[in-house]
Design a protein around this ligand. Structure first.
Ligand SMILES: C[S@@+](CC[C@H](N)C(=O)[O-])C[C@H]1O[C@@H](n2cnc3c(N)ncnc32)[C@H](O)[C@@H]1O
Length: 380
């Protein structure tokens, strides 16, 4: 098998890494505060080589950096799985160099085949699992097994999945092909827990000639169906995010995050928003290269400010409407309605600015200080 390509990072890879970079430290700080010895396990199920050829960090590189940065406060135990033997050799050399003094274990083989071993190794401690294949995800039942592992109180289990839209599009092509490969379709059935995804796709994109808009709706329907099924099978909440290499390009993958803990879901929303900011920066740098705006910090800041103003206005309007309709309410009870169209894009910083606007306008009497998610906002 050819060694997968790890040359340099595209914007889509920048986003998943930026989210991990934002999320892992607060996750480990929070969950490790109640686990014995501050232990927290992080599994990278499709690890790759550790680093890209241009020297930039792959996910194992990022996770080892986190483990080192946090070593005086938390014990991050990193478990990396890689199936391709050439990539595994590179990963092995990489972890020998970069993992000195850290708790790292590497496994050669299929992540699904190593699952029992991994769940044994991580028993009784908080667990975050990153599943990042180029192609198809491990079967639904395996992901459910991770999320439903027996845990003690306060021992969260979370999974971040890269659901490849490119693989989905390729496989869905068989649904309208005259020489469809039924075995390929059945593998997707295994990923999705049944063949429901076939009709979900065909309802939106019924023919070979379906246009981009129809295909996008079909992708959305399948990813949404996948996340909701997993969420109810594992009694977990979820986020999904559509990731592209440029804003107007087709989707490269969807991130699906599942957590059985409410705090994890809020924290992920923050990380997603911060990750998207880094992603926009990467896209700005690519698109402005060679143009008048190349390296123009002021132009980027102006674009960011316009976005931020728009989000704050939307959240202000949402809060105003919710207050007049329902009176006082706790933000977390109406989280999605508060954020509205800005859900997954804006974060608490924007919510706080909106709240301040309403305090200034005399619409609320509640100050905007402290942790806003559990706080009750009251009309004036
Ligand atoms: C997208 S790359 C991983 C990139 C890496 N997570 C990062 O962010 O730097 C996917 C990797 O998974 C490996 N792989 C593919 N199928 C696998 C499986 N069933 N189990 C474990 N690894 C697998 C591939 O060889 C490849 O190195």
């Amino acid at each position: 098998m050819a060694t997968p390509f790890f040359q340099s990072k595209k914007a889509a890879a920048i986003l998943k890494h930026a989210i991990l970079d934002q999320y892992i430290s607060p996750f480990a700080m929070k969950t490790g505060s109640t686990s014995q010895g501050g232990r927290v396990a992080i599994v990278d199920g499709y690890a790759g080589t550790g680093t890209y050829e241009d020297g930039s960090e792959g996910s194992p590189g990022l996770l080892l950096r986190k483990a080192r940065e946090m070593s005086s406060r938390r014990r991050l135990e990193c478990l990396f799985v890689e199936q391709d033997s050439e990539s595994f050799q590179k990963l092995s050399r990489f972890t020998e160099d970069e993992g000195k003094g850290l708790d790292v274990k590497i496994f050669l083989g299929d992540v699904a085949d190593n699952l029992t071993l991994i769940l044994d190794e991580t028993q009784g401690i908080p667990l975050f699992v990153f599943l990042d294949p180029f192609g198809l995800m491990i079967p639904f039942e395996d992901v459910r097994k991770i999320l439903m592992r027996p845990t003690g109180v306060g021992m969260p289990t979370e999974v971040l999945i890269n659901f490849s839209t490119i693989a989905l599009r390729r496989i869905a092509g068989h649904l309208t092909s005259s020489n469809a490969n039924e075995a390929t379709l059945r593998r997707m059935d295994g990923v999705c827990d049944g063949d429901w995804w076939r009709s979900a796709w065909l309802d939106e994109a019924p023919t070979k000639e379906a246009d981009d808009r129809q295909r996008e709706a079909a992708e959305e329907a399948v990813v949404k169906g996948y996340a909701t099924r997993l969420s109810s099978a594992a009694k977990a909440g979820y986020w999904t995010a559509d990731v592209r290499n440029r804003e107007h390009y087709r989707s490269a993958y969807h991130l699906v995050f599942l957590s059985r803990h409410r705090d994890g879901l809020y924290l992920f929303g923050e990380s997603l928003s911060l990750g998207l900011e880094k992603w926009r920066r990467a896209i700005f740098d690519t698109e402005s290269a060679g143009s008048l705006f190349e390296g123009d910090e002021e132009e980027f800041k102006a674009e960011e400010k316009a976005l931020s103003d728009k989000w704050v206005k939307e959240i202000t309007d949402n809060l105003r409407e919710l207050l007049s309709e329902h009176g006082g309410f706790r933000i977390r009870d109406r989280y999605a309605e508060v954020y509205g169209d800005t859900l997954g894009k804006a974060r608490v910083k924007h919510l706080r600015a909106a709240w301040k606007n309403l305090l200034r306008e005399g619409i609320t009497k509640t100050d905007s200080k402290g942790d806003l998610i559990p706080k009750v906002i009251e009309p004036a």
